[in-house]
Write a protein that binds this ligand. Structure first.
Ligand code: PRP
Ligand code: URA
Length: 206
């Protein structure tokens, strides 16, 4: 299932990140704002547990997330989503996966993982702004499934049809929440129209 968050504010921030003239700090701010909106919508139907609360006036009943998602930013580009997602779910546990796409072969090259050992029965939100071929996301989800995860949401800013199709084949139960589904990949594996290289635009070219 793919949810496109088509809110006017999301479309405005998406325009900012798409614009090749946007400077790095403004780009990071827009990624942060988009993450806030994407996580908000991703949690729309999350179960809550009622909890008593006392206002200055009276006792009443409040609510808290029954199961806060484990947040997993995919380094590097997903790091720009981590703080905003954590602000939405302050009690969340955070794991990390490092994977860099080989720009010749377009294959994911894993270089680190730091994840809870047991993810069975726990919702997991993978944070990566770009879902292109889907190789990096599929690798990350493989790591999660190996730890028992069975409730995974991929939170992306831009998704390509090719990446969505790949996840549908390899991980049909994964939910995708994105601000847009773009047209296609180009011959270099970049999303069109996309936004360019999300890691470089946030943190600089290596
Ligand atoms: C980007 C992006 C994804 C991946 C998407 O990261 O953040 O992780 O590419 O491409 P895919 O769907 O074809 O795998 P990149 O590998 O450029 O690394 P970076 O985050 O360190 O810049
Ligand atoms: N990774 C990016 O950062 N951008 C793309 O368009 C594709 C992969």
């Amino acid at each position: 299932m793919t949810l496109v968050v088509d809110h006017p504010l999301a479309r405005a921030r998406l325009t900012t990140v798409r614009d090749a003239r946007t400077d790095r700090p403004t780009f990071r701010d827009a990624v942060r704002d988009l993450t806030t909106m994407l996580v908000y919508e991703a949690l729309r139907d999350a179960p809550v547990t009622e909890t008593p609360v006392t206002t200055p006036v009276a006792d009443t009943v409040g609510a808290e997330l029954t199961a806060p998602p484990v947040l997993v930013p995919v380094l590097r580009a997903g790091l720009g989503m981590a703080t905003a997602a954590h602000a939405q779910v302050p009690g969340a546990l955070m794991g990390f996966v490092g994977v860099a796409r080989d720009e010749e072969t377009l294959q994911p090259t894993p270089y680190m993982e730091s994840l809870p050992g047991d993810l069975a029965g726990r919702p997991v939100f993978v944070l990566d702004p770009m879902l292109a071929t889907g190789g990096s996301m599929a690798h990350t989800i493989d790591l999660l499934v190996a730890r028992g995860a069975d409730d995974v949401t991929a939170v992306c800013v831009v998704a390509a049809p090719e990446g969505i199709a790949r996840l549908g084949e390899q991980h049909p139960d994964v939910r995708i929440v994105t601000a847009t589904i773009d047209e296609r990949l180009n011959e270099s594996g970049y999303i069109v129209p996309g936004l360019g290289d999300a890691g470089d635009r946030q943190f600089g070219a290596m």
